[in-house]
Ligand binder design. Structure first.
Ligand code: TYD
Length: 203
């Protein structure tokens, strides 16, 4: 294989996407693909510093500032990690990306969606994921999975997460070719089979 792939994993906190990312990485590695796993916010270096602020800063953070911090992390991540890795022919599996900004800062916090789309485009240089999974689960289930110890974002409340979930579903409606909604209320193995079926269609 000489053409790399950029695949993103999305969904509300507690949707189980990280478990599925790890399972897919193992599956593809066993099939001899070169796989790199990464995440937003906070892949490496500067990103780790931004992640620390985004998830743990306990003073006031305006929605606009929050959006720009995620975007700064994304610009760095795309330029330094994702693009060079995909261009080297590898498969990049990324835990959260542009759709998180649309779902959380746009639908969740109420910032203008078109403006977020435009800023995402600047941060990524227009490079979209080749495939995106949205792991969809009801808010009660996802919040129960997150548990009692919540970071700054996870503390935003049930109504916020309801808007985030619906935001993801709207994104998928608008871009059905790129974005696949996966019913994440099923068993880990059933979800994995679904993910593998979607990947097999593009590799
Ligand atoms: P993380 O601990 O990585 O959560 P998860 O395991 O659910 O991915 O925290 C990332 C948090 O940041 C999560 O609550 C979603 C949020 N987020 C945004 O609000 N906007 C963004 O653009 C990104 C990338 C993440």
């Amino acid at each position: 294989m000489n053409k790399g792939l950029f695949i993103t994993f999305e969904g509300a906190d507690g949707c189980g996407k990280t478990t599925q990312l790890m399972k897919l990485a193992k599956y593809l590695t066993e099939k001899n693909f070169e796989v790199v796993i990464t995440r937003e916010p906070g892949a490496k270096g500067l990103g780790e510093k931004l992640r620390e602020i985004l998830l743990n800063y306990d003073g006031e953070v305006s929605s606009q500032a929050e959006a720009f911090l995620f975007l700064a992390d994304r610009a760095q991540h795309m330029d330094v990690i994702v693009k060079p890795t995909v261009n080297a022919g590898k498969i990049v599996l990324c835990d959260r990306h542009t759709d998180s900004s649309v779902a959380y800062q746009g639908y969740g916090r109420g910032l203008d969606i078109e403006r977020i789309n435009m800023l995402n485009d600047i941060a990524t240089g227009g490079r979209k994921p080749d495939l995106t999974f949205v792991f969809d689960v009801d808010v009660e289930t996802s919040m129960a999975r997150v548990g009692k110890e919540k970071d700054r974002m996870e503390s935003a409340g049930m109504e916020f997460f309801d808007r985030v979930r619906n935001g993801y579903l709207k994104i998928a409606e608008k871009e059905p070719c790129r974005v696949k909604v996966i019913d994440a209320t099923r068993s880990i193995d059933d979800i994995h089979k679904n993910v593998v079926a979607e990947i097999t269609a593009i590799i």
